[in-house]
Design a protein around this ligand. Structure first.
Ligand code: IDP
Ligand code: MG
Length: 168
């Protein structure tokens, strides 16, 4: 099994419940390497792209509210890229099943997740489920320079008249 990358997102409930340290400790049991990490606010556009495969589900609108933070009044998430052998499956195993009530009790979702009264699975973390999904998601959540390995091909573009924020 070659090395591969996978995207993990600690969702707003994870940050609100101050579970970041616990979750990172559990993930370190995989012995995978963190090669990218950022704390960020998820805009609706990113949320909709990330969950585009679920757009016809009855819980889609709630899911968008969940990941963008309006459900918890906490709009930060932590996005991480893990890298190593069998990374996708190792992280999925430690994350546990999508439904937190069906997840192994010692998995991250089993230990910290719950089902909301409206039926949404509040399950603390996202983890990519296939190499294609991982690549699509990592490219959505990270710029090439935010990851310490060059995972996918890049190109240089000259952006004229572009604006960016620098320290004043
Ligand atoms: P995954 O996160 O285990 O890959 P997906 O099917 O990709 O599962 O669903 C994305 C997220 O949508 C889940 O993590 C969970 O928060 C929510 N979700 C998925 N299926 C259901 C469902 O049947 N009821 C309520 N929420 C769901
Ligand atoms: Mg998924």
């Amino acid at each position: 099994m070659p090395n591969e990358a996978t995207l993990v997102i600690i969702k707003p409930d994870g940050l609100k419940k101050s579970l970041t340290g616990n979750i990172l400790s559990r993930l370190s049991e995989t012995k995978l390497k963190i090669i990218g990490a950022r704390v960020m606010v998820v805009e609706e556009e990113l949320a909709v792209k990330h969950y585009s495969h679920l757009k016809d589900k009855p819980f889609f609108q709630e899911l968008i509210k969940y990941i963008t933070g309006s459900l918890h009044g906490e709009n930060r998430v932590m996005a991480l890229v893990y890298w190593g052998k069998d990374a996708i499956q190792k992280v999925r195993d430690i994350a546990g099943a999508t439904n937190p009530e069906e997840a192994e009790p010692i998995s991250i979702r089993g230990a910290y997740g719950r089902i909301l009264t409206n039926g949404l699975y509040e399950n603390v973390i996202h983890a990519s489920s296939s190499p294609d999904e991982a690549q699509r998601e990592i490219k959505l959540w990270f710029e090439p320079d935010e990851i310490v390995y060059e995972l996918y091909p890049t190109k240089i573009i000259v952006a004229e008249k572009s604006e960016r924020k620098v320290w004043a």
